[in-house]
Each structure stands twice: as C-alpha cells, then as structure tokens.
Design a binder for this molecule. Structure first.
Ligand code: 5AD
Ligand code: SF4
Length: 440
C-alpha cells in the first residue's frame, strides 16, 4: 500500500485540519506513515505565527530534498498558514523547487482535486486562493488521530487584529459554522465513543457575531451541546477576554459536561502594552473576569498565553506581567518571545526589544511559573476527583495519564484498558504541573 505522512505544525486548528487531510488521503487509498522519508505523499501543514516555526518547517522541508531525488514519484505538498502570506508561494517555489503542490489555508477542502490533478499531469500546482467556501471543509471525511479526543470547528478566521498577530491575514475573516452542523458533529463523535469534545475557534466567544439571528450566541451553543446525551466532557478554545460574557460563565457553572477550565490569554499584564496590542481590555477588566469566574464556577482553573518583548516593552511593563501571573495563579502558561510578523501593525512600531532582553524575560517568566506550579498543584493532594483516562504514559510502562475536569494532568498506575474510562482518583502527590494519584 502507498503511504502518506502529514507533518503538522502550530495549533489545534492545524491538528484538526490535518485530520481532514488524512481523510482525503485515506480515501485515495494511502496508508498512514510517520516517517516522511519513506512516504509516497508528504504534506507539510504549516504555521506562521512565529518566525521560529517557519524556520523549523523550512529545515524539515529541506531534509526531503534527497528523498525526492531518489524517488521522483514522491509527492510533496505544503499547505497551511505559512503559504497564505504574501510572496511565500513564490519564495517556497524558488527555495525548494522539489515541492509539487503549494496550497493556501483556504484551499484545504480542494486538496483531493489538486492531488488528483497533480497525479494526472505531474505539473507543479500553486493554489493559494481567496477564501472560497470555508465551510466546505467540514463535510470532508476526517481521520481523528487524538485518541479519545475529538476536535470540532465552530468558527474559522479572526476579526480581532491584535497588532502582533498574523492570523487574521492568513485565515481571513471570522466565519461561524451553523449551529445544527456543530450539534450533529458532536452527536456523531459522542456516538462513536469520543469522551472529550473540544470546540475550536480563534475566538470562540465571538461565535455567531457574523450573523446573530442565524447562529445565536456561544452561550446558546454551549447550552445545546451540554444537553446532548452521553457521558463526555466539553472543552473549548480560545476565549478572548474582551468577548467572554457573564452568560457563558453562568452556562459553564450550571452545566453538567462543560469543564471548569478556561484558557484565557492575557498576553501582557501592562495596560500600556495591552493597548498597543489592540486587545480591548485592561488588567483590571481581565482580573475582574477571573474573579467573576472563580465566584461562579466551582474549582475553575485558568491557563494563559503570554508574549514577552512586544515592541517598547520596558522592565516595568514586564514586572506588571510577572505580577499578574502571580495574582491569577495559572494552572498552565504558554509563553512566547515576541516575533515580528510581516504585514502586522506591530512590525512597524519603533522600540523593538533586543533578543537578549526577550530571552532574559522569558527565562524569568518560566522560573516564576515553575515556582508557582507546585504550590498550585499541591492543593489537590488528598482530594478525590473524577478523572478521564486519556492515554498510556509515553515512556513509563504501567502508568496511564488522565485529566481532571479543570484540565490538570494526573499520572496513575493502571493498564491500557482503562483509556477512555472515567475513574475516581485520589491525588497523592504533585510535582510542578503534574499530579500523581491512585484509582479508588
Ligand atoms: N509573536 C509571539 N507570539 C505570538 N502569538 C501570536 N502572534 C505572536 C507573535 N507575533 C502568540 C499569542 C497567541 C498564541 C497562539 O501565540 O500569545 O495567543
Ligand atoms: Fe491573533 Fe488576536 Fe485573533 Fe488570537 S484574537 S488569532 S491573537 S488576532
């Protein structure tokens, strides 16, 4: 059987989009393979959010040069956010003449046709079109690859134009998916045995903003999904603090299935920087949201994205970020060094921060995160919680990994047959962000 390999970079959106590409390739009769060197079709599903991601991808594409030289029949395709940027298709073509298909993030639904066209003609294809029927990709077959987890898109694109971010340029304007389609897909996943449904959108809280009458609100969508029968968990990402409504907080609080966990990126703790980032909230408003969520949603935990070294960020600004991290006590942090992206507003700001300063700041932020982590995790010791067993431990035999409703990860002694089950687990120990426990 001929083999395909998809190399996925970046966010959960891309992970899920690769599941759609896999669906197309398996329809063609290809079989999954993890080593690109021995595959017949290799797809790079790329990310453009930071320069470091792009460098890694280009390095990985370069590594296939020899394999393609040895096997002229090999098909190499590059798609996703990177290709959607101005001049990138031409640049990729010049730099890697052995790429066969270059496809934009808007053209994923057409991958089957493009591949067929290439196989028929063996002529290079560049298809980086404007967004066509974005929702077409939801009707594509999917090969879900994340165990008991199912990802479901509720919207595509973003209208926020945070000044550092390339996403609105490469993913286009926010488009919501009809509520009935989402509900149908959730039902299908639950019936197929998936235990954790994660709703995906660049900004889930603005779901329906493009046509309120037709789509309703995110709170209404959540309420409907919560009513679907079966034992499963509902998660979602990403929440923008400017759009997270009190109603959504109340729906989470009163629901049976929606996890008591919010990924609520703050990006910076400094009001001055937040303004320059065009985030439309300040520190006080953000902290009030956290307070409200804590009051209403029992045991809620938070995670966040933080960027250090945004243009003009001073030591004082950065200290504000450190202090907000201390104040919130996040369960998990995703920390990034600011990366200048072409075409964004921040690219043109004076006062770019030297790399050495950015590196120093991220190191201090990670150090603080680690100092806080064990303390935050320790409060779980002695509690008995419901845990969803998600997977076997990748390295330790006889250990399975589960998650608490609030998102915390727990290592438990147990065999692989437990994966997919809900268990009562007594937490016995905590190290950094990870808990250890025993099934009771
Ligand atoms: N540089 C660094 N981090 C960025 N992010 C988005 N754009 C950039 C950039 N130019 C981060 C934000 C966002 C996360 C997905 O990636 O924190 O929330
Ligand atoms: Fe980028 Fe901001 Fe949109 Fe998130 S909300 S994708 S950070 S522009």
């Amino acid at each position: 059987m001929k083999k395909y390999c998809i190399l996925t970079y970046g966010c959960q959106m891309n992970v899920h989009e690769s599941e759609k590409l896999a669906g197309i390739l398996e329809n063609f009769g290809y079989e999954r393979e993890t080593n690109p060197q021995i595959s017949d079709v290799v797809v790079f599903n790329t990310c453009a959010i930071r320069e470091s991601a792009e460098q890694k991808i280009m390095g990985n594409i370069g590594e296939l040069k020899q394999a393609k030289r040895n096997n002229k029949e090999m098909v190499i395709a590059v798609c996703g956010c990177m290709t959607q940027q101005d001049n990138y298709p031409e640049m990729l073509k010049a730099k890697f003449p052995f790429i066969d298909i270059i496809m934009g993030s808007h053209n994923i639904a057409d991958f089957g046709e493009l591949l067929q066209k290439y196989l028929n003609s063996r002529k290079k294809i560049i298809e980086v079109g404007a967004p066509q029927d974005i929702l077409k990709r939801d009707s594509m077959p999917k090969i879900r690859t994340s165990g008991i987890n199912a990802w479901i898109n509720i919207s595509y694109g973003c209208n926020n134009y945070c000044t550092y971010c390339i996403v609105p340029y490469v993913r286009g304007r926010e488009t919501s998916r009809p509520r009935e389609d989402i509900l149908k897909e959730v039902c299908e996943c639950v019936n197929a045995g998936y235990k954790q449904i994660t709703l995906l959108g660049q900004n889930v809280n603005s779901y329906g903003n493009d046509n309120r009458e037709k789509f309703g609100t995110f709170a209404e969508l959540l309420r409907d999904i919560d009513k679907i029968e079966g034992k499963f968990r509902i998660r979602f990402m990403t929440s923008h603090p400017k759009d997270l409504s009190e109603e959504v907080i109340d729906v989470i609080a009163s629901s049976n299935k929606i996890c008591h966990y919010l990924h609520l990126p703050i990006q910076s703790g400094s009001d001055r920087i937040l303004k320059l980032m065009n985030r439309s909230y300040n520190r006080e408003k953000y902290l009030n949201l956290i307070k409200l969520a804590r009051e209403r949603i029992s045991g809620v935990e938070f995670s966040s994205d933080i960027i250090v070294g945004f243009p003009t960020e001073t030591e004082e600004d950065f200290l504000e970020t450190l202090s907000v991290v201390k104040e919130v006590g996040y369960q998990q942090l995703f920390t990034y060094i600011y990366s200048k992206r072409k075409g964004t507003v921040a690219e043109k700001l004076d006062g770019q921060v030297p790399l050495s300063v950015k590196k120093d700041r991220i190191a201090r932020l990670i150090k603080l995160e680690q100092e806080l982590a064990t303390e935050i995790s320790s409060k779980y010791i002695g509690r008995t919680e419901e845990v969803l067993i998600e997977d076997v431990h990748p390295k330790k035999q006889g250990i399975v990994i589960g998650s608490l409703d609030c998102g915390k990860t727990v290592n438990i002694k147990g065999d692989p047959s437990l994966v997919g089950s809900f268990q009562r687990v007594k937490i016995t120990n905590a190290k950094l962000t990870v808990l250890y426990g025993e099934i009771v």
